[in-house]
Write a protein that binds this ligand. Structure first.
Ligand code: ZN
Length: 248
C-alpha cells in the first residue's frame, strides 16, 4: 500500500502535478516505515513470529541464545545445568562446522537448536530470496549432518524480516522464533545494565534473547537465574512455551 503511494507520488511529480517536497516526504516516510517494519520481528508484519506467550499456564520465562556454538557455549551449558534450565540455541552454520562437538553437546543436554543462517552475514537485509534460501538450507544441512536434527525454527540475524525473507520462508517452511525481551547484550558493555534491562519488566511467557558468544553472558545468566528464582519464575524451553515442534 505504502509502496503504491510512493510510486503514485513520484508519478505525480513527473507529470508536474505535484511539487518536489511532498514527493520526497512520502518517499522518506515509506523508507523509514519499511526499515522499522523489517527490523522489528515483534511487529509480525511480514511473517508471523512467536515472540512471547503470556497465556502460558505457569509463571515461566524462556531463554534463547544466538550466534554459537563457540567455546563459551560450554560455560552457558554448565550454568543452565546447575539451575536445571532448558533453552533454545539459534546456531550459525559456520560455527556448527567449527565446533561440531559443542553443537552435539547442546542437543545432548536437552536444549533445542534452531537455524540462524549459515554465515550470519551483515548484508542480510540486502540478500535476494534465493540467497536467503541458500543460507537457511545450508545451515540446516550442516546441523543434520553433525547433530542429526532437521531444524524447523528460524531466528533471523539482526531480526531482519523483509519481503525477501518472507518469500524465502514460504519455500523453506521454517517457523520464525522472535523474542520480546532483548537486553542488547551484544552491544552493551556493562553486565549490570544488561541484567537491569532484562529484569525491569519481566512477565510470564516472555522470551529472552541473549548471545552465547559473549563472555559476559555467563555472569549475566548466573545472576539472572538467581533473580528468576527469587521472583518465583521458572524457565520453560521455547518450543514448550509455544507448544510447537522444533524439528521435523
Ligand atoms: Zn545473530
Amino acid at each position: 500500500m505504502f509502496a503504491v503511494a510512493a510510486i503514485f507520488a513520484i508519478a505525480l511529480y513527473y507529470l508536474e502535478a505535484w511539487p518536489f517536497w511532498p514527493v520526497i516526504l512520502i518517499c522518506l516516510v515509506y523508507i523509514i516505515l519499511m526499515l522499522v517494519l523489517s527490523t522489528n520481528v515483534q511487529f509480525n508484519f511480514f511473517v508471523k513470529a512467536y515472540n512471547k506467550n503470556p497465556e502460558y499456564p505457569e509463571n515461566s520465562v524462556a531463554l534463547s541464545f544466538d550466534d554459537g556454538p563457540v567455546e563459551n557455549t560450554l560455560k552457558i551449558l554448565d550454568i543452565l545445568d546447575k539451575h536445571n534450565a532448558k533453552a533454545a540455541f539459534f546456531c550459525i552454520g559456520k560455527n556448527i562446522q567449527k565446533h561440531p562437538e559443542i553443537f552435539r553437546e547442546i542437543i545432548k543436554r536437552g536444549h533445542i537448536v534452531g537455524n540462524h543462517t549459515f554465515s550470519h552475514t551483515r548484508k542480510m537485509g540486502m540478500l535476494s530470496s534465493k540467497r536467503i534460501i541458500e543460507e537457511i538450507n545450508k545451515c540446516n544441512e550442516v546441523a543434520e549432518k553433525i547433530g542429526g536434527v532437521q531444524m524447523k525454527f528460524f531466528r533471523p540475524p539482526f531480526g531482519i524480516i523483509n519481503p525477501k525473507t518472507q518469500r524465502a520462508l514460504k519455500k523453506t517452511g521454517h517457523q520464525v522464533i522472535g523474542w520480546n525481551n532483548r537486553p542488547y547484550d551484544a552491544i552493551t558493555k556493562s553486565p549490570e545494565k544488561i541484567l537491569e534491562r532484562i529484569t525491569r519488566d519481566l512477565n510470564r511467557g516472555d522470551l529472552i534473547l541473549l548471545h552465547d558468544n559473549m563472555l559476559k553472558t555467563g555472569p549475566v545468566l548466573e545472576q539472572l537465574l538467581v533473580i528468576l528464582k527469587q521472583r518465583n519464575f521458572s524457565t520453560v524451553r521455547p518450543d514448550r512455551l509455544f507448544d510447537i515442534h522444533a524439528y521435523s
